[in-house]
Every structure is written in structure tokens, then in C-alpha cells.
Design a protein around this ligand. Structure first.
Ligand code: PEP
Ligand code: MG
Length: 902
């Protein structure tokens, strides 16, 4: 039964049998050749051997049963159609054998042209070409060269070398100066090379040539470069390639022949018009090899007006048919146009938006479809300033592209120096081994941040992304020496005052200043470019598509912001509230002393005094944020990190104390501080005394924050504003923790709010796996959940979020354990499952429970689709990701086939 099935299985499709939907089976090239054939376009006849045949060959090491017979039958049909026989000595049919996988893998796999030529048919080919011996022998030598290299692994340089010798003998550099006799001699030389390396004569049997070429294309799927490319592009390894056997047409038959490539619009800018290159008297490989210079396609109009007009007509037809930008390869053989390939063309991010807008105008697609033609990654790209790089600039190191953008500036090593130089109007790059909350002012002042340690969720990365500031983290080739104010890289030393440039998209670091261009899309979001009144196709297209996305999306988009300035910017970018206001930075700078007093308090009343001094400062922080987010919800998270993070580092303090003691100075205060730092030292601070645990252990700390929030809201209301505070408790793992905090908070809120009309919600982060698994209980005490997917990923996987990405993720990616860091894009199966369980069980316990996410994933395109699917109410992300999240939330609705606009 199984054997019968194998015999009957269809492995070969004539071009007239396929269509563009069959890419899985026929590969992209085969499916599109079939589509063009069925449209009646001039495609040289041929057939496609399926990816299934390739998969079977790769699994067993031999052609599947039935394949040889099917190839034979299709070859005979092709011979009948063309009125020629493969390799016939009088009038030979020649074919090309071309790879073509489902996803384009340019230049990765093999092609053999002119299959069917041998010592006899070369004469027939010459006769066919009007006694053009030169052309015939040139075609033959190309076959031996390509076949030798591709099928039999003969080193390509040997052929190149023989060709150079032939040209040398003729005292020329130009292939075209070699005449028929020279090329006949070259064929002999090539055959000898072939024999030397393979131990056999060049095969004269056309069918054997064909079979070996097909087999070589199958095998090229597993060539090292193809495997690497697939890994890079995340193309599954088991798809296999199809093989197209296509009647040869020749662009090298003289000046009335040629070959070219064309785009139906400009793939760089999206501008309408014809873009392409043409090369007369040449085969496709010559264009790729850059042997001679091509001319702009428009010049074909002078050379061959009728082919040019026909080509333009076909291009218009293809665009209308595919409803998208197409790219095309064609050949003209003695005035007759042939289409060799088409596909929906790759394009830049800018062109993607512009073209989607144009196609809507032209009535080819609707706005829903336009939304699917662009994506958040493209939008994000358009929002970064870019380097204008030329070959002059070579990177000296590569780290993690932690926060995209391009920044050049003077190197500084301390936050204080960054602030100083920035105040003088200088652009600075803050370079540190890693950053901590103390560096915040320096980070705000800097144009960019470069660290030698830390991953995508390290402090530097998260804070930089929040600020929309360029950051390269974990550039471990860089040796940073802060006290000496220098770093070394690639044998060079960079000292304070030198200029470096960092690319937060690629992670590359350059010495010297690379010129930077600002983003006009950001200018539009900032409100300084009005799409209705400027002649900028990109900005207009972005505006139009964003407006449609906003109309479509169900998810609200909030922002993570903890200053008034960030809140204001995020609002301009379309944020509909704050989903996470981290309060920890509010405990730094000149407030550090108060925090030290709070931590060191021993005598009664000391702690209360410190908290009382902090209260008005916190109230002012919240007033500013509520003002900027007037009328919109603001989720304020009570302090999260361990308190010892607010004290000086242990080693530095110990040294200071020892030195001062040596000098006989009074160090009582420093000693107390040192004792506190020692007392509070933790081996695993991420799993230690932080979040709600801190609130339960330090009396009055959370109470002070709750009071400040409530008082700020009331003051806002008194001034005619509308504050909608949502108090969020971090790191809850058990409902009892939340209940304890809640009981205290409710009392304070009731007392402060009185009859002011202010409403304060109390909810929790879900960021500890136990919280997700007991969400039904926790929901009883929470009016909202916000998923802290950074910690949920850290604790779900047991991956230290500050260490693992730089340390060993490369190996996990290489092994395919995951395709992308789970800190970057939500791990749907594991961490995502925790989110799903918590969402379902939380809502079951408390219908209408408000659900959001505020981990870094809230601005990641794929994760936004996941959060839409699980039914969250909003995502919250850094200000610069807000437009990306808006776009993706709209796309998620269209993609899931829904029309559930808000
Ligand atoms: C989180 O854990 O996802 C989160 C938002 O909190 P933080 O990153 O501040 O720990
Ligand atoms: Mg967290």
C-alpha cells in the first residue's frame, strides 16, 4: 500500500499545472513561473520538481520511486512542445536547472545553465544560432564550468584561472575578445580540469547531465552557507528546495539580445516608476557577476522599443495581479522577450509604508490589507536616527543592540561628567561596565550609553529604551577602566574626551564621529510635521496607516514612564495612560541622604522623620505625572528594588572607611553605613528583599507612597484636573501579601480622598510564577493585574535577566532551543501559558478584572499579538514603542480576521 502510494505520488508539475499559492510544494520561483504561464505571459516552457521530492531525497539519499519516470514524461512533453530533443546534434533543446525554495535564499543554492550541450550538440547550437560558433562554444564552456563547480565540486578558481590564461594569450581583459577558436581551446582546458578533479570525462549524455544537476540542487539545500542563511533568517530546515527545469533562452546571441532585472516601483523609496538594469548581449549570471556595467532599464526603449513596451505592459499587469511591488528577471533573445522570474519584491521599511498607501489609492488593496503589508519592526526602524555609513567606518566592537538608534559623542565614564559636558552643549556617550540607578542623571544627559556587560533587560538597556536613547550593552570586547577614565578595544585605547559612535540597532561601536540623520517619522509623531500639509509620501502613508490601526485595535496602549517629560512625550506618541510608573528613581540624587536615614534608622522617630521628609517630594513627583496624563489612568508601582541598591557599593565603602580610619578621621557615620550595607547584602538580590516584601518589612514605606499618590490626585482634582491613579504592588506571590498592603492602603486613601471624587484602584503585578498559578485567589484582592513579564520570564525560566543574554544565549539560539530571546519576545508556550492561566482564572474570580502587561514584551510586535489573543485590555511599553504597539494591536485584529474595533 505504502509502495503503491509512493509510485503514484506526483513529484513533477508542468508550469501550466501550478499557481502562485503552491509555494510550499513548488517553491517561490516555480509557483510564480506557473502563475505567469497561466496568465499567458511569455515564460519559457518547463516543469518543476517538488520540494517533497527533495525532502524524500535528503531523507533517504536517493531519488524517490517514480521520480525518474515522471521527469522522463515531462521532458518528452517539453521536447514535443519545443519540437527539439535534449542534446540533439542538429537542433538541441537546452535547459537550465534552477533551485527555488519556498522562501527566497538569494545566491545560497545552485543553478546550472545550458544542460544538454556536448561535443555534438555544440555544433547544432551553432547552426541554430545562425552559424554562431563563438556563442555555441561560449555556452559549452559555461556549462562545463558551472556543472564542474556545482555538481562535481571542482574548485571554481581553476576554471577562472584557465579563462584568465586564454585572455592573457590574447592580450585582453575582455571575455568578448575571445573568438570561437579561443573558446574551443578553453573547452578543452576545462575538460582536462574536470578530468583531473573528478577522475572521469565530462558527461556527454544529456540525460545524465540533467539528473546529476537535479541531484546537486537537492543537495545544495544542505550546503553550509544555505544552512547558515536559514538559521539567520529563521527559515525551517526541513522545507527542502524545488527544482525548475526551464527551456534555455539566450540573452547573449548578439546586440539584439540581452538580460535584465526590474522592479515595478522603487524598492528603496516606494516611488512609482520603472526601476531596473539592463545588459545587452549577456546572460543573467553576467549581471550578477558584475562583469560589465549595466545600463538603466529606460535605455532599453532606444535599443528595442517593442520589447520595452511589452515589458512595461507585463509589469503593469503583474502589479495588478499580485497587487504589490513585483521584481522581475527577463531575457530578450533576438528581439523576443521572455520572463524568467517574478516575485513580490523585498523593500525597505520606508517603501513598505509608501507602497501600501499607494496601493490603497490605486484601489488595488483596502486599508485592512495595507495594515498587513507593514509591521512594527519596520515602523521602529523608521523611528531611529540613522548613521550615514560609508566604507570609511569600520566597527571596533559589537555588543547587543539594546536600544536602537545612532549616536555619536564624546566619551565620558561618570554620570557627573556626562551632566557637566551636556550642560556645555556637548553630545556625550556614557561608557560604563554596567549602569545602576545612580547613573540615571548621566543617562538622561547622554546621547547614548555603551556598556561592556549586561543583556537586553539589563538596567542600561531597559532605562535607555524607556528614554528612547541609543544603547549598546554587553560589548565585552571593551575593557572599561572607570577610575583611569579609559577603555581599550581592539588594541586601541579610548580616553575621556575622545569621540565614539554607537549603533543601538546593530550593536556596533565605531571610533570617531559618524554623521547622523534624524527621523522624520518621529518628527511627525512629535507633532512637528503635519501630514496634511507636507509633501512627504512616507509621513502621509504612516499617518494614514496609523489612523486605521487605531480605529481597528481592541488593545489600549499605555506607556512605561516615570517622569513628566516621558509621560508628555508618550502622550504625543499616542499613549492612553501610564501602565507602569517605576518609583525607584525618585529615591536617588539629593534624596539619597533621606533614604540612607530611612535605612539606618535605629532610634524611635528617625524613620518617621525620613519618611515625612520624603512625602512632599514624592507628592510633587506624582502631581507632575498626573498633570501630564490628565484624564488618563496612571499605574504607580510602589518601590520595587532591594533597598541596598540605594546605598554605596560595599567594596568602595569598605575602602573609604579603612582609609579614613587609618588617617584617624571620625568615621562613625560611614561605619554605620558599612554595617547596614553588610547586613543587607544578598547573594540573590533579585529573589531577595524587594517589592512587596520590602513594604511588609519596612514600616511606613508603602504607606508614605500611597499617601503621596492619593494627595497628589486630590490636589490635581482641586486644580480642575482628572487624576486616575492605580496603585500597583510589585512581586506579589500570595494573596495574603496583597491583602496586608491593601488593608493599610485603603485606610490612608479613605482618609485622604474624602469626598474629593478621586477614585484610586489597587492592583498587583503578576510577575512571580506563584502569583500566576494562584491568580484566582489574588484577584479577590486586586482590581487589576499587570503582567511583569520581565520577572515572569526570569523566574519562569530561572534565567538571571541581567546575565544570561550576554553569557550563553548565543548557544541556545544556535541550538534552536529558542529562535529569539524570551526576554525580547514572549515565550508563548511557557511564560505565555502562565499569563493565559492568570488571565483566565483572574477573570473567572473577578469578572471585569482589568488586565495589562508592563514588561518589555508590551512593545514587542509578536508579543502584542499574543496579548491581543489572550484578551488583555492594554499593553504598556516605553514611549518610543507606543506607535509600534498601536500598529501591531491594529494588525492583530485584522490578522485574526476580526473587525472588533474599539
Ligand atoms: C517586569 O518584571 O516585567 C516589570 C515590568 O518590572 P521590572 O522590570 O521593573 O522588574
Ligand atoms: Mg519586575
Amino acid at each position: 500500500m505504502a509502495a503503491q502510494e509512493t509510485v503514484d505520488h506526483k513529484y513533477v508539475y508542468d508550469f501550466s499545472e501550478g499557481n502562485k499559492e503552491l509555494k510550499d510544494l513548488l517553491g517561490g520561483k516555480g509557483a510564480n513561473l506557473a502563475e505567469m504561464t497561466n496568465l499567458g505571459l511569455p515564460v519559457p516552457p518547463g516543469f518543476t520538481i517538488t520540494t517533497e521530492a527533495c525532502q524524500a531525497y535528503l531523507a533517504t539519499g536517493r531519488e524517490p520511486d517514480g521520480l525518474a519516470g515522471q521527469i522522463e514524461a515531462h521532458l518528452e512533453a517539453l521536447e514535443r512542445e519545443m519540437g527539439k530533443r535534449l542534446g540533439d546534434s542538429q537542433d538541441p533543446l537546452l535547459v537550465s536547472v534552477r533551485s527555488g525554495a519556498k522562501f527566497s535564499m538569494p545566491g545560497m543554492m545552485e543553478t546550472v545553465l545550458n544542460v544538454g550541450l556536448n561535443d555534438e550538440s555544440v555544433v547544432g547550437l551553432s547552426a541554430q544560432a545562425g552559424q554562431n560558433d563563438r556563442f555555441a562554444w561560449d555556452s559549452y564552456r559555461r556549462l562545463i564550468q558551472m556543472f564542474g563547480k556545482t555538481v562535481c565540486e571542482v574548485p571554481g578558481e581553476e576554471f577562472e584561472h584557465a579563462l584568465d590564461e586564454a585572455k592573457h594569450a590574447k592580450a585582453t581583459h575582455n571575455d568578448l575578445d575571445l573568438d570561437a577558436d579561443d573558446l574551443r581551446g578553453l573547452v578543452d582546458a576545462y575538460k582536462k580540469i574536470f578530468l583531473k578533479h573528478t577522475g572521469r570525462e565530462f558527461p556527454q549524455q544529456p540525460r545524465e547531465q540533467l539528473d546529476l544537476a537535479i541531484r546537486a540542487v537537492f543537495e545544495s539545500w544542505n550546503a553550509e552557507r544555505a544552512v547558515l542563511y536559514r538559521r539567520q533568517e529563521r527559515i525551517p530546515a526541513d522545507l527542502g528546495t524545488a527544482v525548475n527545469v526551464v527551456t534555455m533562452v539566450f540573452g547573449n546571441l548578439g546586440p539584439d539580445s540581452g538580460t535584465g532585472v526590474a522592479f515595478t516601483r522603487d524598492p528603496a523609496s516606494g516611488a512609482q516608476g520603472i526601476y531596473g538594469d539592463y545588459l545587452a548581449n549577456a546572460q543573467g549570471e553576467d549581471v550578477v557577476a558584475g562583469i560589465r556595467n549595466t545600463v538603466p532599464l529606460q535605455e532599453l526603449e532606444q535599443l528595442d522599443k517593442s520589447s520595452y513596451d511589452e515589458l512595461l505592459g507585463i509589469m503593469a499587469r503583474l502589479e495588478e495581479h499580485y497587487k504589490d511591488l513585483c521584481d522581475i528577471e527577463f531575457t530578450i533573445e533576438r528581439g523576443k522577450l521572455w520572463m524568467l522570474q517574478t516575485r513580490v519584491g523585498k523593500r525597505t521599511a520606508a517603501a513598505a509604508f509608501v507602497i501600501a498607501g499607494q496601493l490603497v489609492d490605486e484601489g488595488l488593496i483596502d486599508l485592512d490589507e495595507a495594515l498587513l503589508r507593514v509591521n512594527g519592526a519596520q515602523l521602529a526602524q523608521l523611528m531611529f536616527p540613522r548613521f550615514q555609513l560609508d566604507h570609511e567606518f569600520q566597527p571596533v566592537a559589537k555588543g547587543i543592540g539594546a536600544s536602537p538608534g545612532a549616536a555619536s559623542g564624546t566619551v565620558v565614564f561618570t554620570s557627573a561628567r556626562a551632566v557637566e559636558l551636556a550642560a556645555e552643549g556637548e553630545s556625550v556617550i556614557l561608557v560604563r561596565r554596567e549602569t545602576n540607578p545612580d547613573d540615571l542623571n548621566g543617562m538622561i544627559a547622554a546621547k547614548g550609553i555603551l556598556t561592556s556587560r549586561g543583556g537586553k533587560t539589563s538596567h542600561a538597556a531597559v532605562v535607555a529604551r524607556g528614554m528612547g536613547k541609543t544603547c549598546v550593552s554587553g560589548a565585552d570586547e571593551i575593557e572599561v577602566n572607570v577610575p583611569a577614565k579609559r577603555f581599550t578595544v581592539a588594541g586601541q585605547t579610548v580616553t575621556e574626551g575622545d569621540v565614539v559612535s554607537i549603533d543601538g540597532t546593530t550593536g556596533k561601536v565605531y571610533l570617531g564621529e559618524v554623521p547622523v540623520m534624524p527621523s522624520e517619522v518621529v518628527q511627525y509623531f512629535e507633532g512637528s510635521l503635519d501630514p496634511e500639509h507636507i509633501d512627504n509620501a512616507l509621513v502621509r502613508a504612516v499617518h494614514r496607516i496609523m489612523t486605521h490601526a487605531d480605529g481597528k485595535r481592541r488593545l489600549a496602549v499605555r506607556t512605561n514612564a516615570d517622569t513628566g517629560a516621558d509621560a508628555a512625550r508618550a502622550r504625543r506618541f499616542g499613549a492612553e495612560g501610564i501602565g507602569l510608573c517605576r518609583t525607584e528613581h525618585m529615591f536617588l540624587g539629593d534624596r539619597r541622604e533621606l533614604v540612607e536615614r530611612l535605612i539606618l534608622a535605629r532610634a524611635p522617630g528617625e524613620r518617621e522623620a525620613a519618611l515625612a521628609a520624603l512625602l512632599p517630594l514624592q507628592r510633587a513627583d506624582f502631581e507632575e505625572i498626573f498633570r501630564e496624563m490628565d484624564g488618563l489612568p496612571v499605574t504607580v508601582r510602589l518601590i520595587d528594588p532591594p533597598l541596598h541598591e540605594f546605598l554605596p557599593p560595599l567594596e568602595q565603602l569598605a575602602v573609604n572607611v579603612a582609609v579614613a580610619q587609618e588617617r584617624g578621621e571620625d568615621v562613625a557615620k560611614e561605619e554605620a553605613l558599612l554595617a547596614a550595607v553588610r547586613r543587607m547584602h544578598e547573594e540573590n538580590p533579585m529573589l531577595g528583599l524587594r517589592g512587596v516584601r520590602l513594604g511588609l518589612v519596612i514600616p511606613g514605606l508603602f504607606a508614605m507612597q500611597v499617601r503621596a499618590i492619593a494627595e497628589a490626585a486630590v490636589s490635581c482634582a482641586r486644580n480642575g484636573g482628572v487624576a486616575k491613579p492605580e496603585i500597583m504592588v510589585p512581586l506579589v506571590g500570595a494573596v495574603q501579601e496583597l491583602e496586608t498592603v491593601r488593608a493599610e492602603a485603603e485606610k490612608i486613601i479613605a482618609e485622604v480622598v474624602g469626598d474629593s471624587g478621586v477614585e484610586v484602584l489597587i492592583g498587583t503585578m503578576i510577575e512571580v510564577p506563584r502569583a500566576a498559578l494562584t491568580a484566582g485567589q489574588i484577584a479577590e484582592a486586586a482590581e487589576f493585574f499587570s503582567f511583569g513579564t520581565n520577572d515572569l520570564t526570569q523566574m519562569g525560566w530561572g534565567f538571571s535577566r541581567d546575565d544570561v543574554e550576554g553569557a550563553f544565549f548565543w548557544r541556545y539560539l544556535e541550538l534552536g532551543i529558542f529562535g529569539i530571546s524570551p526576554f525580547e519576545s514572549i515565550d508563548r508556550d511557557g511564560v505565555g501559558r502562565l499569563v493565559r492561566i492568570a488571565a483566565e482564572e483572574g477573570r473567572a474570580a473577578r469578572p471585569g478584572l482589568k488586565l495589562g502587561v508592563c514588561g518589555e514584551h508590551g512593545g514587542d510586535p509578536d508579543s502584542v499579538h499574543f496579548f491581543h489573543e489572550v484578551g488583555l485590555d492594554y499593553v504598556s511599553c516605553s514611549p518610543f514603542r507606543v506607535p509600534v504597539a498601536r500598529l501591531e494591536a491594529g494588525r492583530a485584529v485584522v490578522e485574526s480576521g476580526g473587525s472588533d474595533s474599539r
